[in-house]
Write a protein that binds this ligand. Structure first.
Ligand SMILES: Cc1ncc(COP(=O)(O)O)c(C=O)c1O
Length: 353
């Protein structure tokens, strides 16, 4: 605390991102990064963009990237907004679309950045408890609200809400913006983007950090009807005109064009997830059904935090949230099959001790 801090800063409780340790040889299963490298075509495009042109500002609207994303999803470029990671896109969504007279709604167990944005932008919110099996109960959202947001699949549970339910929610809330955060959708869900044409109140947010292995490049986007996108552009142009640099724009465009690599790597992650889930069940873990690149697990007899500490001593890091209802769970990112095997061996030893 300093006397120079503004009252706003004094009142903040910032989000704490998962650890990015500098130690070598860690099996890092704590921040849902992809274990496979980015598309070679994306890396090549980044290299090709590294030159004299870095002298110049990038395109403030990243038109080439908006077009590439629009083409991939079969929508118009004016239905796409891009930002510096989906976290930045979400920040603009909270200020530009979710700051309303009525409280917005999101699940009690969800991406823990949402309440942080609410505090930053003074967005009124109420949380809605997930069911005991951690699924979203649509009926619980049938109350006056200023907007609704949740990840699908949800984080950190990995549970997926079927698209038909998303559409029911959109229909039941025609006067609220419904934001579906699809950070993990490519690992087993169906995107709500095709519903945009029919629903003026739908905004879908995605990231290139997970299924496209580009967490280090910081690229995310939102898709929705042009009026919603215009709101985000108004916020962005009041905050930072150039959220994406030239390297990010070039790499992201190339990543979208390399569909084959994307398909191969996301399928590999999904296959490893099923193997890992089976192995952990065999060790006695309860494993929530996951449509994401992580699984959420608990052991009926062992304390989750102690397991996380014991894994760390063996050079394996997973994520433990000290939060009500989920403090006996571990969130484990899906690594390569080799990473998963190292994890299973370590857990077997820890449980036997
Ligand atoms: C649900 C959810 N949304 C958004 C993000 C942010 O992703 P990024 O800012 O890397 O695009 C994350 C990151 O873990 C996430 O879990």
């Amino acid at each position: 605390m300093s006397r120079f801090w503004s009252d706003v800063v004094k009142g903040l409780s910032p989000y704490v991102p998962g650890e990015q340790p500098r130690l070598a040889n860690l099996v890092k299963l704590n921040t849902n990064e992809n274990p496979y490298p980015p598309s070679p075509r994306a890396l090549e495009a980044i290299r090709a963009a590294t030159g004299d042109s870095l002298r110049l500002y990038p395109d403030p609207n990243a038109a080439q990237l908006r077009e590439a994303i629009a083409e991939y999803h079969g929508i118009d470029a004016n239905q796409v907004f891009v930002g510096n990671g989906s976290d930045e896109v979400l920040a603009h969504v909270f200020l530009g679309l979710l700051k309303q007279a009525r409280p917005i709604l999101f699940p009690d167990i969800t991406y823990s950045f949402y309440p942080v944005y609410c505090a930053l932008y003074k967005v009124d919110y109420a949380t809605v408890a997930l069911a005991d099996d951690f699924s979203i109960r649509l009926g619980d959202y049938a109350r006056p609200n200023g907007g609704i947001i949740f990840p699908n699949p949800n984080a950190p549970t990995g549970c997926l809400l079927p698209l038909a339910d998303v559409e029911d929610l959109l229909q039941a809330n025609p006067d609220s913006v419904v934001v579906i955060d699809e950070a993990y959708v490519d690992f087993g869900g169906a995107s709500a983007i095709p519903l945009i044409a029919r629903h003026a109140n739908l905004l879908v947010v995605q990231t290139l950090s997970k299924a496209r292995s580009l967490a280090g490049l910081r690229v995310g986007f939102a898709a929705g009807q042009a009026e919603l996108i215009e709101a985000l552009d108004r916020v962005k142009n009041s905050f930072n005109s150039y959220p994406l640099g030239r390297l990010a724009i070039s790499g992201a465009v190339a990543a979208y064009r390399d569909r084959e690599y994307f398909e191969t790597t996301r399928r590999a992650v999904m296959a490893s997830r099923e193997i890992l889930a089976g192995a952990l069940k065999a060790l006695g873990f309860e494993v929530l059904p996951s449509a994401a690149n992580f699984i959420f697990v608990r052991h009926p007899k062992r304390d989750a935090q102690e397991l996380a500490v014991a894994l760390r001593q063996r050079g394996i890091i997973v994520r433990h949230f000290k939060l009500p209802r989920i403090e006996q769970f571990l969130r484990i990112t899906i690594g390569t099959d080799d990473h998963c095997a190292v994890l299973v061996t370590a857990l077997r030893e820890i449980l036997a001790a």
